[in-house]
Design a protein around this ligand. Structure first.
Ligand code: ATR
Length: 292
C-alpha cells in the first residue's frame, strides 16, 4: 500500500453496506504478498447508482471489482458476459474488466468452495451431499458440488419452497444424478444427515452474535466417515463444526472458502495462477488475527 504510484491499478468492492467487509484487508494483503501493483477499496453504492458505479469503474480503468449484497443478482444486466457459474447460480461476486473494455461476471464463491473442498482431499466425487440452506451461498455450494462430481445432493431448508426451487434449478442445469429438496424439520431429514457423506451449512445459523446456535443439534448424526463444512467464519470454528469434529468428522470452515474465493478473484484479475499454499497459509493466519 505504501508504494501506490500512477501505475497502480484499482480493484474494489461494491455493495451496501460495506463497512463491515474484510475484503479490503484480505485483498490488499494478497496483493502485497503476491507482489501485485493493485489497491483495493470498499465502495458503498446506493441502488439507484449501481449502473453509474459500474460504468464509472470501467471508465476509471478498474481491473475489476467484487460485488456483495445486495447486488450479486442486480448487477447482471450490466455485464457483457457471464461465466457458467454466474449464469447458473444467478449471482456475480467478481467482475473482470477485459482488455476489449467489456465486463465479465464471475462467481468465485463457487470456485472458492471447490478449491477449499479439494484441499481437504476428501473424495467428493460420487458422494452423497446434504446442503443446509437455499439462498445465494447454498446455490454456489450446490453448483460447486456438481462440479466436484457429487452424485446426490439434498437441499434442506427451513422454507421448503426455496429448497425446491434451488433443487429444480440444479437438476435442470447440471448433470447431477439426483437432487432433492427437504424441509429442515421433516422427519426424513435426520436420516438424510446421517447418511450423507458431506454435510454443509450454507445458512447464517451459528454466526456471531448467535454463535451458540447450530443448524443441526444432533451430534449422533455425525461420524468419522463424513466431511462437514460450515460457510460461517465468525466464530471460527463454529459450534456446528465442533459438534461434528467431536464425533470424528473431518471439518472445513468458512475462512478457508473466503480465502480461496479471494484468491480465485485475484487469479481472474491478473490472469495468473498462484501457488495456493503460499498465499493460503499466511493469509488465513493474518485473517484469523484480524478477526480476533
Ligand atoms: P445467502 O445469500 O448468504 O445465502 P440468504 O439468501 O438470505 O443469504 O439465505 C440465508 C439462508 O439461511 C436461507 O436458506 C435461510 O432459510 P430460509 O430460506 O428459510 O429463510 C437460512 N436461515 C437463516 N436463518 C435461519 C434460521 N434461524 N434457521 C434456519 N435457516 C435459516
Amino acid at each position: 500500500m505504501a508504494n501506490i504510484s500512477s501505475k497502480t491499478r484499482q480493484l474494489g468492492l461494491i455493495g451496501d453496506p460495506v463497512t463491515h467487509s474484510l475484503s479490503p484487508f484480505l485483498h490488499n494483503f494478497l496483493s502485497d504478498r503476491l507482489g501485485l501493483d493493485y489497491v483495493y477499496m470498499a465502495y458503498r453504492v446506493e441502488s439507484e447508482n449501481l449502473k453509474e458505479a459500474v460504468l464509472g469503474a470501467r471508465a476509471l480503468g478498474f481491473r475489476g471489482f467484487n460485488v456483495t449484497l445486495p447486488y450479486k443478482r442486480e448487477i447482471s444486466p450490466f455485464m457483457d458476459q457471464l461465466s457458467p457459474a454466474a449464469e447458473i447460480t444467478g449471482a456475480i461476486n467478481t467482475v473482470v474488466a477485459q482488455s476489449s473494455g467489456s465486463l465479465a461476471g464471475h462467481n468465485t464463491d463457487v470456485s472458492g468452495f471447490t478449491r477449499a473442498a479439494n484441499r481437504t482431499e476428501y473424495p467428493i466425487e460420487n458422494s452423497s451431499c446434504l446442503v443446509f440452506g437455499a439462498g445465494g451461498a447454498a446455490a454456489a455450494v450446490a453448483y460447486g458440488l456438481t462440479r466436484l462430481q457429487a452424485d446426490k445432493i439434498t437441499i434442506c431448508n427451513r422454507t421448503l419452497s426455496k429448497a425446491e426451487q434451488l433443487a429444480h434449478n440444479i437438476g435442470r442445469r447440471t448433470r447431477i444424478e439426483e437432487v432433492r429438496a427437504i424441509g429442515l424439520t421433516s422427519q426424513a431429514t435426520d436420516k438424510r444427515v446421517r447418511n450423507a457423506n458431506v454435510v454443509i451449512n450454507a445458512t447464517s445459523v451459528g454466526m456471531v452474535p448467535d454463535e451458540a446456535e447450530t443448524i443441526w443439534k444432533d451430534e449422533q448424526a455425525f461420524d468419522s466417515n463424513q466431511l462437514v463444512i460450515d460457510l460461517v467464519y465468525t466464530p471460527s470454528p463454529t459450534k456446528f463444526m465442533n459438534l461434528a469434529a467431536s464425533q470424528g468428522a473431518q471439518v472445513l470452515g468458512g475462512l478457508d472458502m473466503l480465502v480461496c474465493q479471494a484468491l480465485d478473484s485475484v487469479e481472474l484479475w491478473t490472469e495468473t495462477q498462484f501457488d495456493t499454499e503460499v498465499a493460503f497459509s499466511e493469509s488465513r493466519r493474518r485473517f484469523r488475527e484480524e478477526l480476533e
